[in-house]
Design a binder for this molecule. Structure first.
Ligand code: COA
Length: 263
């Protein structure tokens, strides 16, 4: 795996791929170079057969404190436009991947950092994580999809509150709101994230790929009938796969053994 990255780290071990934002002295604020590395890292992981699940986190006390505001200060209109356009590819690469992407939010996840988490399939947060969309304080709005992705997760009143106030929210609140899947105590956060990711590595990758595709399809303009048909096609395809046939036979054999053992 390439080791030329300056602002991120990539590791793959026992089916778990990790992409770690690595500009801790700048709270992992995302400049253009880092964005390019993140996109390259996501593509590398998505294409690596060893990766069954991916976890994104940040080194130091932040997940990511958003786009690099200092770099914003020097951007020409063309550079700003291209930064935003390229950003879309980052979010798409996560959403269109066949493996599940987990955001493991260890600290500040603000602006673009929170938006990357929103593009992930699951969000696990440390009890000390702080999340929000503070762009309004810069007289901006989020440009990484939050105005549209958030509404797919929670009700419009809460979406507007988060966007209008630019407030910072604790993990517990966002779990109650349905944005965060689980909150773990800071001292056990890393091991709980690993345990959670390990659980997913033991599930069928083919099933998860279809489940992710179908869940995301439910958010599109496709009709309910079309979406149900897609589910039907997918389950039929999986049913006749070698993997599923084997799992079904294993279940039957185990039950037969239990019966003959008198259990
Ligand atoms: N862009 C560029 N640099 C950033 C940054 C960002 N989004 N967020 C933090 N940093 C840098 C700080 O400038 C500082 O760098 P320095 O030591 O070279 O001065 C370093 O990271 C540490 O941040 P600091 O502000 O000193 O830490 P803090 O604990 O006092 O505050 C935050 C943490 C996250 C509340 C604060 O940094 C912040 O509000 N960041 C901006 C968040 C934001 O608006 N994101 C959306 C961007 S569109």
């Amino acid at each position: 795996m390439t080791s030329n990255f300056k602002s991120i780290q990539i590791k793959i071990d026992k089916g778990i791929a990790r992409l770690i934002f690595n500009r801790p002295d700048q709270l992992n604020a995302m400049n253009r170079q880092m964005m390019e590395e993140i996109i390259e890292g996501i593509v590398l992981i998505n294409d690596d057969e060893r990766a069954r699940v991916a976890v994104i986190s940040g080194s130091g006390r932040a997940f990511m404190a958003g786009a690099d505001i200092k770099e914003y200060g020097n951007q020409t209109p063309e550079e700003f436009k291209s930064f935003q356009e390229r950003g879309k590819q980052l979010y798409d690469a996560i959403e269109n991947a066949s493996i599940p992407w987990i955001a493991a939010i260890n600290g500040f996840a603000l602006g673009g950092g929170f938006e990357i988490a929103l593009a992930c399939d699951l969000i696990l947060a440390s009890g000390s994580a702080v999340m929000g969309l503070p762009e309004v304080f810069l007289s901006l709005i989020p440009g990484g999809g939050a105005t549209q992705r958030l509404i797919r997760k929670i009700g419009i009143n809460r979406v507007k509150e988060m966007l209008f106030t630019g407030g910072r929210y604790e993990a517990k609140t966002l779990m109650e709101w349905g944005i965060v899947n689980h909150v773990f105590a800071p001292e056990v956060f890393e091991e709980e994230v690993t345990r959670y990711a390990e659980k997913l590595t033991r599930r069928s990758m083919k099933s998860i790929a279809q489940l992710k595709r179908l869940a995301n399809l439910s958010l599109t303009e496709a009709s309910f009938g079309e979406r149900i048909n897609e589910e039907g096609k997918a389950v039929a395809q999986l049913f006749f796969s070698e993997e599923a046939q084997q799992a079904i036979q294993d279940f039957i054999n185990k039950n037969e053994k239990k019966c003959s053992d008198g259990k």
